[in-house]
Design a protein around this ligand. Structure first.
Ligand code: ZN
Length: 301
């Protein structure tokens, strides 16, 4: 017994320097959810101010020269850059978005509309169940734009314990100067989906994944096949214009433009994370709203 106690004491003594180290602060908590240990996760929730970011990507064709995961890879690069300056926890790779218009292209992952919605709702619920109170959506895929806004609005349909904040940056003319200058060098209509701008971005983030020599093997021209309907929106609009899932011309891409865009986006996001952390209005108004919506006839008329 005595030997056991001595051994136990020795073990405890040997642990002291480590526990001291651990309690001396956690200067380098990983930002990626999946890289945190369970004990560090608890610290991360607190250190982030209960803010978790979902970088929303997609798996979709990006011309003949860019990876299917372009939007996911780019948006995660931006978010992971920003949280180095303003800590928040970053949700794992999320690519279950709206991409029905690309179902005719190889490698596309287009889950059914119901599942896309449910996945996003349950993802937010799970983030909340794990202690976060504020969820930031950073959307890297144009085809998600309407989905994420409607999703945000739909959160008012029932009481939630969290608030969702969609990143919608305002351009600061000073910060934008460099990007503006470099954009002027691009010929018109070369910069859309998988075009010169998006390819530049990828050249800054993962140049090894860009096959610029393949950029001209398919056309990124706008086929404009619905000129007969100038006053109409229809779900087939994108296919009518860009069936190759290539819009613009990537051969004008430069890593310099990509780096400038990434830098500008990162600065805007750092600012937004700080604003969201400091925000008390949204949770306060939501609380008031959920309460009042239980008995609308008592709302002062
Ligand atoms: Zn894209």
């Amino acid at each position: 017994m005595k030997t056991q106690i001595t051994i136990a004491c020795l073990i405890l003594l040997s642990l002291i320097p480590f526990s001291r180290q651990a309690s001396a602060g956690e200067p380098n908590l990983p930002a990626k959810w999946e890289e945190l240990t369970a004990p560090n996760f608890v610290k991360a929730v607190s250190q982030s101010g209960k803010v978790c970011i979902i970088p929303l990507g997609i798996i979709e064709k990006h011309g003949p020269h860019m990876p299917l995961g372009t939007d996911l890879i780019d948006v995660r690069a931006q978010v992971l850059n920003a949280v180095k300056e303003e800590y928040a926890v970053v949700f794992p790779e999320y690519y279950m978005g709206q991409i029905n218009e690309a179902r005719h292209q190889p490698g596309v992952l287009a889950y059914s509309p119901d599942l896309v919605w449910k996945m996003l709702q349950e993802t937010c619920n799970e983030i909340s169940r794990n202690g976060f109170e504020k969820i930031i959506f950073v959307n890297g895929h144009g085809g998600n734009n309407d989905l994420v806004k409607y999703f945000c609005m739909s959160q008012l349909s029932e009481k939630r314990n969290y608030a969702i904040y969609l990143f919608q940056p305002k351009t600061d003319p000073n910060e934008h100067k460099k990007v503006e200058e470099l954009m002027k060098k691009l010929p018109p209509s070369t910069g859309e989906h998988a075009g010169a701008q998006e390819t530049s971005y990828m050249m800054a983030v993962r140049p090894d994944l860009v096959k610029l020599d393949k950029a001209s093997t398919q056309s990124g021209d706008d086929l404009n096949r619905l000129v007969n309907l100038p006053n109409t929106y229809t779900g087939i609009w994108w296919y009518a214009k860009f069936p190759n899932h290539y819009a613009g011309d990537a051969k004008f891409a430069t890593a310099e433009l990509g780096r400038a865009m990434l830098e500008e986006d990162t600065k805007q996001l750092v600012r937004m994370i700080r604003e969201v952390k400091a925000d008390k209005k949204v949770p306060e108004l939501q609380k008031q709203f959920y309460e009042a919506s239980q008995h609308p006839i008592d709302t002062k008329q």
